[in-house]
Design a protein around this ligand. Structure first.
Ligand code: AMP
Length: 426
C-alpha cells in the first residue's frame, strides 16, 4: 500500500495550545462585549441547504461560483453546503423560528468555523474562524453606526487600536439600478482595457468589477462612475446620519466609493475595518459588514431591515501577536500531590478530587513513582505546597504536607487536609 503522509487538508490548520491562549482572549473579550451591548448567542448548523447561500449571497459571486464546499447526502437528495458565512443562516433561523413576533430588534452573536475554497495564502484559509453579530428588524442609521462602533471597540479591547474603518453606501433597490446602468455603460466603453474577468462580470454582476484586485482595472475604475452620486434621497440621508454618528464618536473612517463587498445581499451601508496585521500579511481586513434590508425578501419573506458584521479571528490573532498582546493563560496549580506505592496512588486520586471539590487547583505526577522526581517536578512548577502520601500514611488516612520553601513537613489527617491547605494558601 502506498505510504500516505497525513496532514491537515490544504488551507486548513490546527489551532495548537500555544495559539488557543489568543483565541481564548478573543472569546472572553467578545462574550463580555456582547453581554454589555445586549446581544444573545446563537449557534446554527455548520451545514445548510446550499440554496440558502446561492440565493442570498448571489449566484454570480466568488463565494457561490467558486468557493462553496457542497456535499450530497447518501440518498443524493439534499445539496448541503459547509457554511461560507454567518448572516444568511441567522436570517434563516430568525424566519424559521418566528423571531419577528418578538419585540424588535433581535440582537444575536456567534462564533465558529466557516469554509471557503479560496486560494490559500497568508491570512487566507479554507477553514477559518469568525465571530459576528446581527441586529435584525431595525432600519435606523444609528444601528449601522453602532454596528461599526461595536466592531471597532472590540478590536481596541483586543489591543488593536490602530484600525481604520472604510465605509460606503451601495444604495438600495430604488437607486442601485441607475448606477448599475451607468457602470455597465462605462465598462463597455473601456472593454478593451479591463481584464477578462471584469468583462465577464460586466454581463453577470457588474458591481463585482469594483472588487477586482488587478492594478490596471483599479486605476481604470478611478475614472468610472461612483455610486455615491447615484444614491436616492433616502439612501443619501441614511449615509449622512451614519457618518455623523461616527464623527460624534471619533471613530476614524474614510469614505471608499469603490467598496462593495463580495455579497449581493447588502443594501446601503457597507464597511470594512482594516489594520496592519503582520509584515507578511501587510494591512489586512479584520472585519466587515453592512446593512441587508432585502435578504429576508430573497428568502421568500417580507423585508426585515437588518445590519451586522463579522470578523476573522485568525487575522485578529496575528495582529494581536504582532502587537505583543497577551493571551489568556490557565491559572497555575497551587498544590502538588505526590505519592509512593500502589495504595498511596489510590488515595492520591481521592485527594485530588477532594481538592477539586474545594476549588483548589492541584496537579500531580501519578505516573511517576520516585519521590525525588515528583518533588523536582513540583519545584519546576514553582509550587510551594506538596502533599506527600506513602504506604504508611495511606494505611492511617494521613498525609504529609510539605512546605517546599522551608522543607518543613507536617502530618495531618486526610479529613483535615483541605482546611490546612486553605490556611496555608492564605
Ligand atoms: P467576510 O465574511 O468576507 O466579510 O469576512 C469577514 C472577515 O473574515 C474578513 O474581514 C476576514 O478577516 C475574515 N475572513 C474572510 N475570509 C477568510 C479566509 N478565507 N481566511 C481567513 N479569514 C477570512
Amino acid at each position: 500500500m502506498a505510504k500516505i503522509k497525513f496532514q491537515t487538508p490544504t488551507g486548513m490548520h490546527d489551532i495548537l495550545p500555544q495559539d488557543q491562549v489568543y483565541f481564548q482572549k478573543v472569546y472572553k473579550t467578545i462574550e463580555k462585549a456582547f453581554d454589555f451591548y445586549g446581544f444573545e448567542k446563537i449557534d446554527t448548523p455548520i451545514l445548510e441547504n446550499a440554496e440558502l447561500f446561492s440565493r442570498s449571497i448571489g449566484m454570480n459571486t466568488d463565494i457561490v461560483e467558486k468557493e462553496m464546499y457542497i456535499l450530497r447526502t447518501k440518498e443524493g437528495k439534499d445539496a448541503l453546503a459547509l457554511r461560507p458565512e454567518g448572516t444568511a443562516p441567522i436570517m434563516r433561523a430568525y424566519l424559521e423560528h418566528g423571531l419577528n413576533t418578538y419585540p424588535q430588534p433581535i440582537k444575536l452573536w456567534y462564533h465558529g468555523p466557516f469554509f471557503r475554497h479560496e486560494k490559500p495564502q497568508a491570512g487566507r484559509y479554507r477553514q477559518f474562524w469568525q465571530y459576528g453579530f446581527e441586529v435584525l428588524g431595525d432600519k435606523e442609521a444609528i444601528v449601522d453606526a453602532q454596528t461599526i462602533v461595536i466592531m471597532y471597540n472590540i478590536l481596541c479591547d483586543l489591543g488593536i487600536n490602530d484600525s481604520i474603518v472604510k465605509i460606503n453606501s451601495i444604495g438600495d433597490e430604488n437607486c442601485r439600478g441607475e448606477y448599475r446602468k451607468a457602470l455597465v455603460k462605462f465598462l463597455r466603453s473601456k472593454k478593451n482595457e479591463f481584464c477578462k474577468d471584469c468583462l465577464r462580470r460586466t454581463k453577470t454582476n457588474p458591481l463585482r468589477v469594483l472588487d477586482c484586485k488587478d492594478e490596471k482595472c483599479k486605476e481604470l475604475m478611478n475614472e468610472g462612475p461612483q455610486i455615491i452620486d447615484y444614491l436616492c434621497e433616502d439612501c443619501k440621508t441614511h449615509l449622512k446620519s451614519v457618518l455623523e454618528y461616527l464623527e460624534e464618536l471619533k471613530i476614524p473612517f474614510t469614505l471608499d466609493p469603490f467598496l462593495v463587498r463580495g455579497l449581493d445581499y447588502y443594501t446601503r451601508t457597507v464597511f470594512e475595518i482594516e489594520a496592519p496585521v503582520t509584515e507578511e500579511e501587510g494591512t489586512g481586513v479584520l472585519a466587515g459588514g453592512g446593512r441587508y434590508d432585502i435578504l429576508s425578501k430573497v428568502l421568500g419573506k417580507a423585508n426585515i431591515p437588518s445590519c451586522g458584521a463579522a470578523a476573522g479571528i485568525e487575522r485578529i490573532v496575528s495582529a494581536m501577536k504582532a502587537r505583543k498582546v497577551e493571551g489568556v493563560y490557565a491559572s497555575m496549580p497551587k498544590v502538588f500531590i505526590s505519592q509512593i506505592g500502589p495504595l498511596a496512588k489510590k488515595k492520591g486520586l481521592l485527594i485530588f478530587e477532594e481538592l477539586r471539590k474545594a476549588g483548589i487547583k492541584a496537579t500531580e505526577s501519578f505516573s511517576k513513582d520516585s519521590l525525588k522526581a515528583q518533588l523536582s517536578r513540583a519545584n519546576k512548577l514553582n509550587i510551594n505546597i506538596v502533599i506527600i502520601i506513602g504506604q504508611k500514611e495511606a494505611l492511617r488516612d494521613m498525609v504529609i504536607i510539605r512546605d517546599m520553601e522551608t522543607g518543613k513537613q507536617a502530618e495531618v489527617n486526610i479529613k483535615e487536609m483541605v482546611k490546612e491547605v486553605k490556611k496555608r494558601l492564605k
